[in-house]
Ligand binder design. Structure first.
Ligand SMILES: Cc1ncc(COP(=O)(O)O)c(C=O)c1O
Length: 385
C-alpha cells in the first residue's frame, strides 16, 4: 500500500496541512471507534470489565509499545506521561554519596529536567551540561543516572545513545532514554541499545493521543529494583489487599494505581498503523521528505536549524524566519498547522501520510507570508500552541 493511501484514515488531513506530528500526531479515525468501544464496555459490562481486560491494559498495551521499540513482552508498562514514568525510575534509587550524581543536557525536555533538578533538594548532585560531548565528560564513578533524549525536542538532533550507554555502564551508571521524539518515526531498539530504562508517550509520532505514556525497564534489572513510588497495581496479589507491598515480577512492579483506561483504548489504533507500516519504512520516507523540505527552505533563503546530516536528524525540520511566531499564526489561519519554539523558530513535522505537494505548499505560503509582511499583524499577540 502506498503511504499516501493511509491519508483517508486521518480525518484532519481533509481539512488541513498537518505538519505538527512532533507535537500532537494526527488522530486516526479508528480512535473514535475505540473510544466508543470503551464506552460500550463500561455501559454493558460494568464491573466485569476489569477482569475482561481493563486491569491488565497497562501491560497488554505496553507490550504493543514493546514491539515498536524492541522491548520483550512484560518489560514495558503504560503510565499517564513521561514525567510520571521518570519519577518512578528515580524512586528506585537512594540519592546518597558516593553515587548521587545525575547528569542531564540543556536540550532535554523541561518537564524531565524539572523532575531531576528538584532532587537537588533531596541529596542529588544535578549537573546540566550544554551538549553530548560535555555529557560524556561529566559521566563519572559518582554518576547514578543519565537521563538522555534520543531526539532533542527543539532541534530534532539525534543523540549518540550507544556512546552514552557505553560510558555510563563503564562507570556503573544507569541510562534513562527519553524516546518521545523518536518512537514511531526513528527506529529504536531498547534491547540492542542496552539502555536501563526507556520512556515515551503517544501524543506525537505514535498518533495515540494524550494519557498513554510508557516505561520500559531492562528485564534483568527490573526484579532487583523496588520503586518507592508504586501502588496496588505493582503488587503481586493486588486483590488480596495485603497490608504490605510484595512486588509483582517484571515491569508490572513499576505500576501505580487505577489505570487510565480510556486513554489506553484511544492509543492503540495509532500503534496498529505504525506496526502495519513499520518504523523502517516510515523513517526512509521521513528522511526523504525532511531532505526535500530543507531543500525548499534553503532555496527560499531561510535558516534551517535542524541537523543537515540525515543520520543525526529526527522527523522534524526547524527553521528561523523573521517574526516566526506571527508566521506560525498566519499559517494556522491558512490551514497549515505547525508550531514554534523560542530560539528554534518554526517546527515542521511531516509524517508518513504527508504528501510532497503539502510540503511545497507550506514553504510557498511561508515565503508569501514573510514577503508580504502578513505575519506582522500577529506579532505581540503571542500564541500558546
Ligand atoms: C522529548 C520529550 N519528552 C517529554 C515530553 C513530554 O513529557 P510528558 O509526557 O511528561 O508531558 C515531550 C513533549 O511533550 C518531549 O518532546
Amino acid at each position: 500500500m502506498e503511504l499516501t493511501a493511509y491519508r483517508e484514515r486521518f480525518p484532519i488531513l481533509a481539512e488541513t496541512t498537518y505538519l505538527i506530528n512532533h507535537s500532537l500526531g494526527a488522530m486516526p479515525a479508528a480512535a473514535a471507534d475505540r473510544v466508543a468501544e470503551y464506552a460500550r464496555v463500561w455501559a454493558t459490562r460494568g464491573i466485569r470489565a476489569w477482569g475482561e481486560g481493563w486491569w491488565t491494559m497497562p501491560v497488554t498495551v505496553g507490550d504493543q509499545i514493546g514491539r515498536i521499540v524492541g522491548a520483550p513482552p512484560g518489560s514495558t508498562v503504560m503510565h499517564q506521561n513521561v514525567t510520571v514514568a521518570e519519577a518512578i525510575v528515580l524512586s528506585c534509587f537512594r540519592l546518597e554519596p558516593p553515587r548521587n550524581k545525575i547528569v542531564l543536557q540543556e536540550g532535554d525536555f523541561p518537564s524531565v529536567r524539572y523532575v531531576y533538578q528538584a532532587q537537588a533538594e533531596r541529596g542529588a548532585e544535578v549537573v546540566v551540561v550544554s551538549d553530548e560531548e560535555a555529557l560524556l565528560e561529566a559521566i563519572d564513578e559518582r554518576t547514578l543516572l543519565v537521563p538522555v533524549s534520543h531526539v532533542l525536542f527543539k532541534s530534532a538532533e539525534i543523540q549518540d545513545v550507544e556512546a552514552i550507554v557505553r560510558r555510563a555502564h563503564d562507570v556503573g551508571a544507569h541510562v534513562v532514554l527519553d524516546a518521545y521524539q523518536s518512537a514511531g518515526t526513528v527506529p529504536l531498539d531498547v534491547t540492542a541499545l542496552e539502555v536501563d530504562f526507556a520512556v515515551g508517550g503517544s501524543v506525537k509520532w505514535l498518533c495515540g493521543g494524550p494519557g498513554a505514556g510508557w516505561l520500559y525497564v531492562r528485564p534483568d534489572l527490573a526484579d532487583r529494583l523496588e520503586p518507592t513510588l508504586a501502588g496496588w497495581q505493582a503488587h503481586e496479589r493486588p486483590f488480596a489487599f495485603a497490608p504490605e507491598m510484595e512486588f509483582a515480577e517484571g515491569a508490572a512492579r513499576f505500576l501505580t494505581g487505577t489505570p487510565n483506561v480510556p486513554a489506553l483504548y484511544a492509543a492503540t489504533p495509532g500503534y496498529d498503523l505504525i506496526e502495519e507500516i513499520g518504523v523502517e519504512r516510515i523513517r526512509a520516507n521521513s528522511i526523504r521528505q525532511t531532505e526535500l523540505l530543507i531543500g525548499l527552505l534553503d532555496e527560499a533563503g531561510f535558516e534551517v536549524g535542524s541537523p543537515r546530516d540525515p543520520l543525526r536528524r529526527g522527523g522534524t525540520v526547524t527553521v528561523l524566519t523573521p517574526g516566526f511566531e506571527g508566521v506560525h499564526k498566519e499559517l494556522a489561519e491558512r490551514g497549515i498547522l505547525c508550531d514554534f519554539r523560542p530560539e528554534a523558530g518554526l517546527r515542521l513535522g511531516p509524517h508518513y501520510f504527508t504528501t510532497d505537494e503539502e510540503l511545497a505548499f507550506a514553504v510557498e505560503q511561508i515565503v508569501e507570508i514573510v514577503g508580504s509582511g502578513a505575519y506582522e499583524r500577529h506579532l505581540g499577540a503571542a500564541a500558546r500552541f
